[in-house]
Design a protein around this ligand. Structure first.
Ligand code: BG6
Length: 278
């Protein structure tokens, strides 16, 4: 079952329900901000201060960073324009009682070409089921190759930041954007202060271990993983975030970031996909 809901600001989202799970996905940004299995709470953190307004990225869920991750490009806003662009809902396909597939599309417009002068189709597919799967397929319609960086900027809801650890990134080099330096550690990650790292050459599987759940991220088409938590001071300064929010979430972002950019050849495609299970 699914329905389109519009709030008082005209902000639209689709609500999907089947026997396995429930999800809410905004048409702006093809942005999933709730995924709840029948027996569980929302897997995705959503800021209580988030506003659902056109042109403002939802603070939480899974923002899609595209065609850029980060803010290295002066002509593009931080994390690109996809997360604040209106996607077209192409299809909702009830695959079976436990599984619903939702397909969105974003195409270049006069406005997007003014920011990033390329012709493209960005196809976003989600499967709401016992697991949550999401993919972004970039199609290059240009005569020339183009370069993208990107991420599923997943905000995971956690019991408390002090309870979690992140496994699967041990012995991987990471670029610490706070220190502007490269490091490597042989231990699982514990978050005890602000963290903003881009792990390089990462494997397909990363695990988030919490007190009461074990979450597996399985990623394809990505070679970097970002781990981010703003901690106390930055939480208080960030837009649409309360000062204690840092305790409630951690971002593990399946990415192609910094040097790990993707050249999408003319008339070809590239797909980044993520399956979250727990
Ligand atoms: C992370 C970056 O991916 O996103 C951080 O590594 C950044 O540096 C964070 O602060 C949030 O970005 P934004 O644009 O959503 O406030």
């Amino acid at each position: 079952m699914h329905k389109i809901i519009k709030n008082e600001n005209g902000f639209e989202y689709i609500e999907v329900k089947n026997s396995a799970a429930k999800a809410k996905i905004a048409l702006q940004g093809a942005h999933i901000f709730e995924y709840t299995r029948q027996d569980k709470n929302n897997l995705l953190w959503l800021s209580e201060k988030s506003v659902f307004e056109q042109g403002v990225a939802i603070r939480g869920g899974i923002p899609l960073c595209w065609p850029r991750f980060g803010s290295l490009d002066e002509s593009l806003q931080q994390h690109g324009f996809a997360r604040v662009s209106m996607f077209k809902l192409i299809n909702v396909n009830e695959l079976n009682e436990f599984s619903t597939e939702v397909l969105f599309e974003l195409r270049d417009t006069k406005e997007s070409r003014a920011l990033w002068n390329h012709q493209f189709i960005l196809e976003v597919k989600m499967v709401i089921s016992q697991t949550l799967s999401i993919s972004m397929k970039t199609k290059n319609l240009d005569e020339k190759d183009f370069m993208i960086t990107q991420a599923f900027h997943t905000y995971f809801s956690i019991s408390n930041i002090q309870n979690i650890s992140i496994k699967g990134l041990e012995n991987k080099f990471y670029f610490d954007t706070l220190l502007d330096d490269k490091h490597k550690e042989d231990q699982a990650i514990k978050v005890e202060k602000e963290i903003d790292r881009v792990y390089i050459d990462t494997d397909d599987e990363v695990f988030l271990i919490d007190k009461d759940k074990n979450i597996k991220l399985h990623t394809l088409g990505s070679a970097s993983t970002v781990v981010w938590n703003p901690w106390i001071e930055k939480s208080a300064k960030m837009s649409y975030m309360s000062k204690n929010a840092y305790k409630e979430f951690v971002c593990i972002e399946s990415a192609n970031a910094f040097d790990d950019f993707v050249m999408v050849k003319s008339k070809k495609t590239h797909t980044l996909s993520l399956t979250i299970s727990f």
